[in-house]
Design a protein around this ligand. Structure first.
Ligand SMILES: C[S@@+](CC[C@H](N)C(=O)[O-])C[C@H]1O[C@@H](n2cnc3c(N)ncnc32)[C@H](O)[C@@H]1O
Length: 273
């Protein structure tokens, strides 16, 4: 099978993240990770901050509420509809920009802080993204990332789905690799930054593993697209059963419901200068 080119892959990514209801998924991760990320990267009043792959604005909104001058960028402008409503409800002003993490439409050293929560890890060429994040961050500023780890629940979800789906093109690295410290060190090896890492979890709470599977296959673009394709190919039932098994195995609830910790890695890259 011919390898798809990067523009075609990005168009597919755009369609994936516009599918379902990403806003409903973002609500699940709006408490702990964005607050943790902004605390570690530090956001001073009037600091300029770029939230890359902002989605419906979880991190951007919090940073703006803390007094930063915020730009939210995403490949999927459909998500800005919700982001704009949220900003209006919160009474904050944010600039929303359609764009690609691999080709940020900003001059060098434009921002005091460049952040992303579970966002840039979905762009295909990790080294290109790392160079772009470091480029638009000013010397003395910081890049802050919150990335699902390969060992965590989201990492395993992608690992299960990838065993049923066609292989990604060779130039595209798996998203959960951004949750691996050694990989991130390599990506920033040529940038003049000091790196710090921290692992933490955020809970995924549902009535049951079955409830989780049905919520994700309906609302979460990557799982919804996998369901559509694998249903046509006859392998969705097997893939879904693995997802349900994974969630039951990771369940820490003691009251008969579902509570699965989702592990993430906080990366802070302070730029020297
Ligand atoms: C899991 S969502 C995270 C959104 C948000 N940061 C949050 O915490 O809810 C992944 C986001 O990455 C965006 N994305 C994927 N590839 C991208 C790229 N190459 N450039 C910019 N955004 C991208 C998607 O459109 C989607 O909004």
């Amino acid at each position: 099978m011919a390898t798809i080119d990067v523009d075609t892959l990005k168009a597919a990514h755009h369609a994936t993240w516009a599918a379902g209801d990403y806003a409903a998924i973002a609500e699940l991760i709006d408490e702990i990770p964005p607050a943790h990320l902004l605390d570690r990267v530090g956001v001073e009043h009037d600091a300029t901050l770029l939230d890359v792959a902002t989605g419906t604005g979880n991190v951007a909104l919090r940073a703006a509420a803390a007094g930063a001058a915020v730009v939210g960028l995403d490949l999927t402008p459909e998500l800005f509809e919700t982001a704009r409503l949220r900003a209006q409800a919160l009474g904050v002003d944010i600039e929303w920009v359609e764009g690609d993490a691999e080709d940020l439409p900003f001059a060098d050293a434009s921002f005091d802080r460049v952040v992303s929560a579970f966002g840039i890890q979905f762009a295909p060429r990790h080294a290109v993204v790392a160079a772009e994040l470091a480029r638009v961050c000013r010397p003395g500023g910081a890049v802050g990332l919150c990335n699902w780890t390969p060992e965590g629940k989201v990492g395993e979800l992608f690992s299960i789905m990838s065993r049923y789906l066609p292989p990604a093109p060779a130039y595209a690295s798996p998203p959960p690799l951004w949750g691996d410290e050694a990989h991130v060190r390599e990506l920033f090896a040529d940038a003049d930054v000091e790196l710090a890492f921290e692992r933490a979890t955020t809970p995924f709470r549902f009535q049951s593993a079955e409830h989780y599977a049905s919520f994700f296959e309906t609302n979460y673009g990557p799982t919804l697209k996998a369901r559509e394709r694998l249903t046509a190919e006859g392998s969705w039932d097997a893939c879904r059963a693995e997802i349900v098994e994974m969630m039951e195995r990771r369940n820490v609830a003691t009251d008969g419901s579902l509570d699965v910790p989702g592990e993430y890695l906080i990366v802070v890259a302070r730029k020297n200068g």
